[in-house]
Design a protein around this ligand. Structure first.
Ligand code: ZN
Length: 298
């Protein structure tokens, strides 16, 4: 499908797409901002704080239409930094799961409090919604209804939004790439559980992700991503069985197919696997945890 995707028949014209001008190795062509509904409109992910993008969002409205609600999938700057200015321009209510640390497991909250793990890439630390949405809460947008699904894993406060059999999947499920899972915001156990949750929604027809093209075969993509993580987990376990290693050393060994510029992100993903093994008592490490900690198999 073309990058310049707009209002496909697949959404009965209820969804419009505006591409933010922030392309990059982690953002692909840029953040996808979606306008949902006609007349009374919700914006999903205002994107970066860009005057040009804000103008593009506002000019996508037809005469007489009004943005009443801003929904945020998660508090990463490429999704949420544009919130304050769009709110100021529209008076819309900002709804999200919570601030940048909301939704963390006790395990990750404790690691974050202890410090030393690094991570925190792109976190919008000052993000604060007007109102927090609970898991499974429904939001009315005109005569449409969106259901918030708490789907942590890429980030603890990550929501997906279901509109009938369409799901806005943010950075949890994308077609062009796997997701960064960088502790303590990223949590591999939560990520796999969120995939399982999406997999259980067997009637979904289309995913509209935070970056890249629509995903027209949701079940296959979710299964592929889950299988990819499990294969990576097996590789890391096998590597660790041969001897202790740091996340960076294991990433350099296992991610031979990624460009060097993406190796730091791969290292964060490996760390997420190692921490999940630690939580399950399948790995151990000595001393306080840091990004440079050496892990060993148990
Ligand atoms: Zn993100």
């Amino acid at each position: 499908m073309e990058g310049d995707w707009s209002a496909p028949a697949a959404t009965d014209g209820q969804v419009r797409h505006v591409q933010a001008p922030n392309p990059g190795p982690m953002t692909f062509r840029g953040t996808n901002t979606y306008l949902v509904g006609r007349g009374t409109v919700a914006v999903i992910d205002p994107g970066p704080d860009s005057a040009a993008h804000r103008a593009a969002i506002l000019s996508a409205l037809d005469p007489g239409e009004r943005i009443a609600t801003i929904l945020v999938t998660h508090a990463h700057v490429d999704h949420s930094a544009g919130v304050p200015a769009l709110k100021a321009a529209t008076g819309a209510e900002v709804l999200a799961y919570g601030d940048a640390t909301a939704g963390r497991s006790a395990f990750m909250a404790a690691l974050a409090a202890a410090g030393g793990l690094d991570g925190g890439e792109g976190v919008d630390a000052g993000f604060a919604p007007d109102r927090c949405l609970a898991d499974d809460e429904t939001v009315a947008v005109g005569d449409l209804h969106l259901t918030a699904l708490h789907t942590p894993g890429h980030m603890a406060n990550h929501l997906s939004f279901a509109l009938g059999d369409i799901v806005f999947t943010g950075d949890l499920v994308m077609g062009w790439s796997t997701s960064l899972v960088s502790p303590p915001d990223g949590d591999l156990g939560d990520f796999l559980r969120a995939l399982d949750r999406l997999a259980a929604r067997t009637g979904d027809r289309l995913y509209l992700p935070g970056h890249g093209d629509p995903v027209s075969d949701p079940a296959a993509r979710v299964a592929e991503l889950a299988a990819h993580r499990r294969a990576r987990q097996a590789q890391i376990e096998a590597a660790l069985a041969e001897g202790p290693g740091t996340a960076a050393a294991l990433a350099a060994r296992l991610y031979t197919d990624v460009p060097p510029a993406l190796l730091p992100a791969a290292t964060r993903n490996v760390l997420a696997h190692l921490l999940e093994m630690l939580r399950q008592n399948r790995a151990a490490c000595d001393g306080p945890l840091s990004a440079a900690t050496s892990f060993r198999a148990l």
